[in-house]
Design a protein around this ligand. Structure first.
Ligand code: NOJ
Length: 740
């Protein structure tokens, strides 16, 4: 007899379910202080919870699975989810940092390792990847995404989903991926978290939707719905978004979960007059599971009885939830990730459970060298280094926000990293020098954010004393390394900023250090592009390390001492000021563009400062140098459905082996709608020995020339195109061909 199909299995199960049991499956509950474990287990046994999140050990999750499987009427298993965004026990660099590596193998390694660790802790699903395009660094969640570019973020989305889900989401060492936040969350107005999103359809299709689509096409089993509105309708009540686009156009067949409390928020958005209406709108739109639910449980039974919600809507949602559980392998074996109690790790945080080598490797690939005057870096292993700054010895900050089950005590600070690297060959003198900020209101705000305990610790000494101590250390040293930036809470959910400066307390420290005349190496730890005009002008070397995770200290030391030659490139433009925002490289063409070096009135510019970014998309230095030849095209024209090759010779012209990222951009010379000045369409990370050169050949095909036209049809139009190849988005060579 053939095995029962998934659909038949679910249909048979659903035929046995009461309305209340069905509604129970739609509830996703956070394990926290709201309900005791006893209450939760009772609710589960009564068939009133479908899944939970925020419990991260087998010991916690086993009793809940027992309650579901052994004590509920139908024995439907639970699933356990968590925000495994950039690591689990081992914390990898934040997503924005990983994107800076442009290294798909490294990114896959981070996601696969995270899945292995999290599934070993009984987790089945992660609320990741977060693929919201962000062009506004004021938004604190910029740190959680992969930057500003639709193509790069889409490539990362695919790689991440495949790595998280492994051979199948059913595999015992896989997590189901729930891509978020659908949709357009990164475009909140003014960069203020939870604000509205209002966007033209062309921009939406062209720039913001592709990464979600890429994740879904790569097989993501889940989608988390955004908290924001999409052109006037909250995503959580948006039938066009959730049904027409996601399910009908894109063919998504997985489970859609709301974000935390989003259904209740429909009343605050003002599209529902009360909770009952909010629940009705959400289920009608196709929100299968209600996260941190109160309303589905309370309102759906009445709504079904009154006929305001057809039973078919409930059934559709239940089918998706059970389908996801089926796909996660939970009907085969509800304990496949929980295992047997006798096999539980005696210490979940045991050192042996960490993947430090992988974390260190990904972390060093994720750093971006922004400045390096007169070969300041790499540092010599010898002499005296003054290490200063509030982030130099801060275990918690380097883990970045959403650091999952990572334990700060296990992360390596820069102080430890430098000392480990130097051994007895040199000396590190450490002085904190400043607090992250002296603004008590900001400290209070950061400590109020949802951490387990207040984590911004203020040194009570007067600022002047701390600076004096740091200056004294600098005077005694050969070189100063200053670890400055943002505490991790500053680049987090609900952490929007109006300024992009390094806080004043740290700027004062940097200024004082500068007066010593010692070489000044600024090591940045932050989760968004910052306004670095002062730092750029005054530092001898500037290294963007983002929040580099558990092995941050070792990885940064690897780069500072040249044991690893930096190869990261910015996945997001750094503006010169807040006033320049939005600054992104792939903006639409203009009738009056500003041409650098050709000042003139009545062109699109700011008259007080330059119009281009401080650091462009794709930019990053190395300890060696590279050259790129002119482009050779295999043919002057491309037939429909055909392809041509664009080749360049890339040479390592410097003294050291190194890696760089060769980037390919396309510019549509004329089209039926205004097109971007250029768009990334390909890239290759290339390792070259000192003096080595290599021909890098890109295939250019018609698919790379397509765009959404005014009717939202995805097509390429005949005519001329420029292929641009270079090592950042500005320094490119160009060649023209025609699409016939
Ligand atoms: C709210 C956040 O917006 C979302 O990204 C996260 O996955 C959920 N909380 C669950 O923690």
């Amino acid at each position: 007899m053939p095995a029962e199909s998934k659909d038949a299995f679910i249909a048979r199960l659903m035929a046995q379910m009461t309305l209340d049991e069905k509604i129970g499956q739609l509830r996703l509950i956070s394990i926290g202080p709201d309900m005791t474990h006893e209450q939760i287990n009772k609710e589960i046994a009564a068939g009133r919870i479908g899944g939970t999140f925020n419990s991260v050990t087998r010991g916690e999750n086993r009793p809940m699975q027992d309650a579901a499987v052994k004590h509920s009427r139908l024995g439907i298993p639970m699933f356990f989810a968590y925000d495994v965004v950039h690591g689990h026990r081992t914390v990898f660099p934040i997503s924005l940092a990983q994107a800076s590596s442009w290294d798909m193998q490294a990114i896959a390694l981070a996601a696969r390792t995270s899945a292995i660790e999290a599934s070993a802790d009984s987790l089945d699903m992660t609320f990741a990847p977060m693929v919201d395009i962000s062009r506004d660094p004021r938004w604190g969640r910029t740190s959680e995404g992969f930057g500003e570019d639709p193509y790069l973020v889409s490539e990362i989305a695919k790689v991440t989903v495949r790595a998280l889900q492994g051979s199948s989401p059913a595999a015992p060492d896989s997590l189901m991926a729930s891509v978020k936040h659908f949709a357009l969350y990164g475009a909140v107005e003014g960069g203020r978290d939870y604000n509205i999103v209002d966007m033209s359809p062309m921009r939406m299709y062209q720039d913001y939707l592709p990464p979600y689509r890429a994740a879904i096409d790569a097989g993501a089993g889940g989608v988390m719905v955004a908290l924001n509105t999409v052109n006037g309708i909250p995503a959580s009540a948006n039938t066009w978004l959730m049904q027409d686009l996601l399910r009908k156009d894109w063919g998504f067949k997985g489970v859609a979960v709301s974000d935390h409390g989003a259904i209740e928020e429909l009343t605050r958005h003002g599209v529902a007059k009360d909770g009952r209406e909010a629940a009705r709108l959400a289920i009608k739109a196709g929100i299968d599971m209600s996260m941190a639910d109160t309303l589905y449980l309370k309102e759906l039974p009445g709504l079904v009885k009154s006929g305001d919600v057809p039973m078919g809507d409930i059934d559709n949602a239940v089918r998706e939830v059970l389908g996801a559980k089926y796909d996660m392998g939970l009907f085969d074996d509800p304990y496949r990730r929980i295992g047997a109690a006798k096999d539980d790790p005696p210490d979940v945080n045991a050192e042996s459970r960490l993947h430090r080598a992988a974390a260190r490797d990904v972390a060093r690939r994720s750093q971006v060298l922004l400045e390096n005057r007169d070969g300041t870096l790499p540092l010599k292993k010898g002499g005296t280094i003054a290490l200063v700054g509030p982030l130099a010895d801060s275990r918690v900050d380097m883990m970045g926000s959403w650091s999952a089950a990572g334990v700060p005590e296990q992360s390596v600070t820069l102080l430890e990293g430098l000392r480990d690297a130097l051994g007895d060959r040199g000396k590190v003198v450490y002085a904190r020098g400043a607090n992250v900020t002296d603004d008590q209101a900001i400290v209070d705000y950061l400590n109020f954010l949802n951490w387990d305990k207040p984590e911004v610790e203020q040194d009570p000494r007067p600022a002047g004393d701390m600076i004096a101590e740091a200056v004294e250390a600098a005077r005694r040293a050969d070189v100063v390394v200053a670890a400055v930036g943002e505490s991790r809470g500053m680049s987090h959910e609900s952490s929007s900023r109006t300024s992009l400066f390094i806080p004043g307390s740290q700027r004062e420290l940097l200024k004082a250090l500068k007066t010593t005349g010692k070489p000044l190496v600024i090591v940045l730890m932050n989760g968004r592009p910052l306004d670095l005009n002062w730092e750029r002008a005054n530092a001898d070397a500037l290294l963007e390390t983002w929040y580099a995770g558990t092995e941050a200290g070792h990885a940064i030391a690897d780069v500072l001492f040249g044991d690893y030659n930096p190869s990261g490139k910015l996945p997001i433009s750094f503006p010169r000021s807040v006033g320049q925002i939005p600054t992104y490289y792939n903006h639409l063409r203009l009738g009056r563009p500003f041409t650098p070096g050709k000042p003139g009135n009545y062109t699109s510019q700011y008259f007080e400062e330059k119009t281009d970014p401080l650091y462009p998309f794709g930019y990053g230095l190395s300890y060696t140098s590279f050259s790129v030849s002119g482009i050779t095209l295999s043919a002057p024209s491309m037939p429909r459905g055909g392809r041509i090759q664009a080749s360049v010779t890339v040479k390592n012209t410097g003294p050291r082996d190194g890696e760089t990222v060769v980037q390919l951009y396309i510019r549509d010379v004329a089209a039926s709608v205004v097109r971007p000045v250029k768009e990334l369409k390909g890239f290759r990370k290339v390792a070259l020995k000192a003096g080595e050169s290599r021909v890098i050949r890109f295939d250019v095909d018609e698919a790379m020339l397509k765009f959404f036209n005014a009717k939202l049809e995805y097509a390429a139009e005949p005519g001329d195109f420029d292929v641009q190849i270079g090592l950042d988005s500005e320094a490119v060579k160009s060649a023209r061909f025609e699409l016939l």
